[in-house]
Design a protein around this ligand. Structure first.
Ligand SMILES: NC(=O)c1ccc[n+]([C@@H]2O[C@H](COP(=O)([O-])OP(=O)(O)OC[C@H]3O[C@@H](n4cnc5c(N)ncnc54)[C@H](OP(=O)(O)O)[C@@H]3O)[C@@H](O)[C@H]2O)c1
Length: 258
């Protein structure tokens, strides 16, 4: 048996952007720690597949697609989860996209679209799920930020701005909701090979530079983010709020590595 403070038994979690890559690993990790988990995204087939994986771990789940750019779809998700599983204690905002382009060549509509998904999408989900947490005086919100919240990555200005702002939003909500028992924290992953970035980092100069800049000399494995998420989702994090845990193989700590 694990440490009781880290057990997520009798808790319900929603992971938005939980159907692939990092979010799916976190959804399964929270389920292994005892939570019932709803993993969702826009593609219904991926939501259904994630549901089957979580149920195979012996937890309850349900398949309901959701698009964070559409407030009504987030409300539908919340209402369906509340009706079938009951109150949601844990919300993970992991829906995110990126686009590489020289900033002068990026259409304003693309800039707006990325901020809408990565930043405003998380805000919408927080606003949809927080009231029922505040009412019960208990909640754990985890936003998935990035090392780009701290340092900029070449030619992804919109992504970097969205992730820096997401870290700021994490602090703003943390100080507003601390008095209501809701902890709001973030995880800033370094580089993990997923659908999001495979074409940007696989066999590219950018990929090689990331590895040079990472003291551990390798990309992360998505399972290596689970410990931080389970901690932030648990009773053990009762006095931790407004914080961002960096999980990056040492990248942000490093100056020169060779
Ligand atoms: N991979 C990395 O190295 C890295 C590093 C730092 C931070 N992150 C962050 O981690 C998060 C997950 O990324 P990932 O690498 O795991 O990428 P991924 O495999 O592409 O996963 C993205 C997830 O978000 C969902 N999603 C995308 N747009 C959505 C929308 N509008 N509404 C609802 N769900 C949406 C996707 O499902 P659908 O497409 O079906 O909607 C999918 O479940 C992102 O926020 C990303 O910025 C990743």
């Amino acid at each position: 048996m694990g440490h009781p403070l880290l057990s997520l038994e009798k808790k319900n979690a929603v992971v938005i952007g939980g159907t692939s890559g990092i979010g799916l690993a976190l959804a399964k990790g929270l389920a292994m720690a005892g939570a019932n988990v709803v993993a969702t995204g826009r593609r219904a087939d991926l939501a259904a597949a994630a549901t089957r994986e979580i149920e195979a771990l012996g937890r309850q789940s349900l398949a309901q697609a959701c698009d964070v750019t559409d407030p009504s779809s987030i409300e539908r998700l919340r209402d369906t989860v509340l009706a079938h599983l009951g109150p949601v204690q844990i919300l993970v905002n992991c829906a995110g996209q990126t686009r590489r382009a020289p900033t002068l060549e990026m259409p304003e509509a693309d800039w707006q679209a990325l901020l809408d998904i990565n930043l405003t999408g998380a805000l919408r989900a927080c606003r949809a799920f927080a009231p029922q947490m505040i009412e019960r005086r208990y909640g754990r919100i985890i936003n998935i930020a990035s090392i780009a919240s701290f340092v900029s990555l070449y030619e992804v200005a919109a992504y970097s701005a969205s992730k820096a702002a997401l870290m700021s939003l994490t602090k703003s909500l943390a100080i507003e909701w601390a008095r209501h028992g809701v902890c709001v924290n973030a995880i800033a992953p370094g580089v993990f090979r997923t659908d999001l970035n495979a074409s940007l980092i696989e066999g590219t100069e950018r990929g090689r530079e990331f590895l040079l800049r990472t003291p551990m000399g390798r990309f992360g494995r998505v399972e290596e983010l689970v410990g931080a998420a389970v901690f932030l989702a648990s009773e053990a994090a009762s006095y931790t709020t407004g914080h961002t845990i960096v999980v990056d193989g040492g990248m942000l700590a490093s100056g020169v590595n060779h």
